[in-house]
Design a binder for this molecule. Structure first.
Ligand code: PEP
Ligand code: MN
Length: 338
């Protein structure tokens, strides 16, 4: 249930709404907009409660029900776009934010070289996996804590925020010590205990779309993060499973305007995991920017032939540099910049 407060409502009137919700055993989340305050009333039985319970209170403009399964991620709760700020870099504004780096942290030389080149070409956030969710238990699983330490060194050296994945709820506090943005991978989008733990860490989060998840399921998963009280959630489209087998995952470009229509959260696109091949990455990246993505997450390796993970879809430094130049033109044509 959504309670819209009147523009001139007072703090006492807002408190009364909150108290009434709490007395009914319900939770509240506030959207303190510049214009007016919106209160989301959350609980398992709100559907059975008459809206008049809140509509009669002073200072209340109106009460409505959100019919969608996701509430906090919805535009009904927050009409204006959310800007996620990470060390002064805003995601969701006019600037298109490029996050780039290797799939996995492999060793010091590889990571430093990768981040040096992506920074030089204009990326503003570095990526690199220390904990890797691999399809096979026999594949390289990442360097773990040693990988996080290397990320911290690169962060210091290149003065760039780090986005890195957390796979296990038990590692959330460890990864939070090193990461500026926690990534929840596609395979974990519906791992609810992980989402809750990540939400409690009060860190910005990149939430990838599940391999076979609808936009509705994805936004509802985002509610698990938002329910813990931090609004800094960045959605990431990374392709979905379809009948098409000429590409690793079908990129769902249409999810960009769909998410923008129904949610206030910023949205980035990962062309690398969709493409599965370096030759397909640039076209997908450009299409995403043209369609309104707020950023990109791109795999770049100094020497893809030697990569331990995802070498075939990683861009070389020169391919990445060329793509960045092309992306600047596309960004300009849609009234944005990189
Ligand atoms: C990744 O970004 O390193 C990754 C594993 O991606 P996804 O979860 O989208 O497969
Ligand atoms: Mn990868």
């Amino acid at each position: 249930m959504i309670v819209d407060m009147k523009k001139d409502s007072t703090q006492e009137e807002l408190n009364e709404v909150i108290q009434r919700a709490e007395s009914l055993g319900l939770n509240v989340q506030l959207n303190l907009g510049t214009d007016k305050t919106v209160v989301a009333i959350l609980g398992t039985n709100t559907g059975q409660l008459p809206t008049d319970i809140f509509a009669v209170l002073p200072g209340v403009e109106g009460v409505s029900r959100i019919m969608k399964p996701y509430k906090l991620a919805s535009r009904e709760f927050k009409a204006e776009d959310t800007l996620v700020s990470v060390n002064g870099i805003e995601i969701g504004g006019k600037r298109i934010v490029i996050m780039a780096g290797p799939c996995a942290v492999e060793n010091e030389g590889q990571l430093m070289k990768a981040i040096e080149v992506v920074k030089k070409s204009g990326a503003s956030i570095m990526r690199g996996g220390a904990f890797k969710p691999r399809t096979s238990p026999f594949s390289f699983q990442g360097l773990g804590k040693a990988g996080l330490e290397l990320l911290a060194q690169a962060r210091e050296r290149f003065n760039m925020p780090v986005v890195t994945e957390v796979v296990d709820p038990h590692d959330v506090s460890l990864v939070s010590k090193y990461a500026d943005i926690l990534q929840v991978g596609a395979r974990n989008m519906q791992n609810y205990s992980l989402l809750t733990k990540v939400g409690k860490s009060k860190r910005p989060v990149v939430l990838k779309r599940g391999l076979s998840s609808t936009v509705k399921e994805w936004l509802t998963a985002a509610d698990y993060l938002l329910a813990e009280g931090d609004s800094r959630v960045i959605l990431c489209e990374r392709g979905i499973r379809t009948f098409e087998d000429s590409i690793r995952f079908s990129i769902d470009i249409s999810s960009i305007p769909v998410v923008k229509k129904f949610s206030h959260l910023p949205l980035i696109v990962d062309p690398s995991h969709a493409a599965g091949h370096y030759s397909l990455v640039p076209a997908i990246a450009k299409a995403a920017v043209a369609a309104g993505a707020d950023g990109l997450l791109i795999e770049v390796h100094p020497n893809p032939k030697e990569a331990l993970v995802d070498g075939i879809q990683s861009l070389t430094p020169s391919d990445f540099d060329r793509l960045m130049k092309e992306l600047r033109e596309i960004a300009k044509s849609v009234g944005r910049y990189i």
